[in-house]
Ligand binder design. Structure first.
Ligand code: BGC
Length: 247
């Protein structure tokens, strides 16, 4: 398949890299520029362009966004500037770069990468990827097909939006140890298990590097494993999706 280019728009950094689409690994150096504050549409577009220029890429791009993305249009912005809602980011990016652009939810991109190259490889049935970061992102696959924009990190549990208590950011904010945080994770994953009866949970986000500190504390009927691509899954998934769209 050759190489593609993926961009990951996050709350603190905008990252991009050339991706080897056959192996699911970065094929060049990862460029990272801090997310402009405030992260307005114009400022973020400038930064995305700067990432592409620094990497020396000139072709179609795939790009993640930490909110709902329906056919290129941003539908929610839980942890970023609300001015994004309603913006057709795919159109703006493609106008700006002069190349086709696809935009997808960050957890969906991570899920696509894990299903193709990581912990979900070859796995059928219902697979749920849960990313624990600033927020909680989810991606649900049924026999390898993504149901996009599931937003199950916002499921209300015990009267609160789950991500506000259970994300990796919440753990830091409240200085929770892994034992205390695991109690919240247990509540969340048990609930997801009850609602979806999945065949596999894959846990992503930067904290998945420390999965040995919390996954063994969880008691679930469902197999639960750490993601394998770590902080590259968004970039890889975005590049895969761009290549798929380009046919
Ligand atoms: C957003 C999701 C996103 C997740 C992880 C949530 O707050 O609503 O769209 O996938 O954070 O960034």
């Amino acid at each position: 398949m050759g190489n593609g280019f993926g961009i990951d728009i996050g709350g603190t950094g905008i990252k991009g890299a050339l991706v080897d689409l056959d192996r699911g690994v970065l094929a060049g150096e990862r460029v990272r520029i801090p997310t402009p504050q405030p992260a307005t549409v114009a400022a973020v577009l400038d930064t995305v362009q700067a990432v592409i220029d620094q990497a020396g890429w000139d072709g179609p791009v795939g790009c993640t966004f930490p909110g709902i993305v329906r056919h290129g249009v941003i539908g929610s912005a839980a942890n970023v500037d609300k001015g994004w809602i309603g913006v057709n980011l795919a159109e703006q990016l493609s106008g700006r770069t002069g190349h086709p652009a696809v935009v997808l939810n960050d957890a969906d991109a991570a899920g696509i990468a894990e299903m193709r190259f990581g912990a979900g490889r070859g796995r059928g049935g219902v697979v749920m990827i849960v990313t624990l970061g600033t927020g909680i992102g989810t991606a649900v696959f049924v026999d390898g097909v993504l149901v996009p924009n599931t937003e199950l990190g916002h499921v209300e549990l015990d009267g609160v939006d789950t991500e506000t208590r259970t994300s990796a950011a919440a753990r830091e904010r409240e200085s929770l140890g892994f034992a205390e945080w695991s109690v919240r994770l247990q509540r969340y994953f048990s609930h997801m298990e009850m609602l979806f009866s999945p065949d596999l949970f894959i846990v992503g986000g930067g904290i998945s590097k420390k999965a040995d500190k919390f996954l063994p504390r969880l008691s679930l009927a469902t197999e639960i494993v750490p993601a394998q691509l770590l902080n590259q899954s968004g970039i890889v998934g975005a590049a895969v999706e761009a290549a798929r769209a380009a046919g």
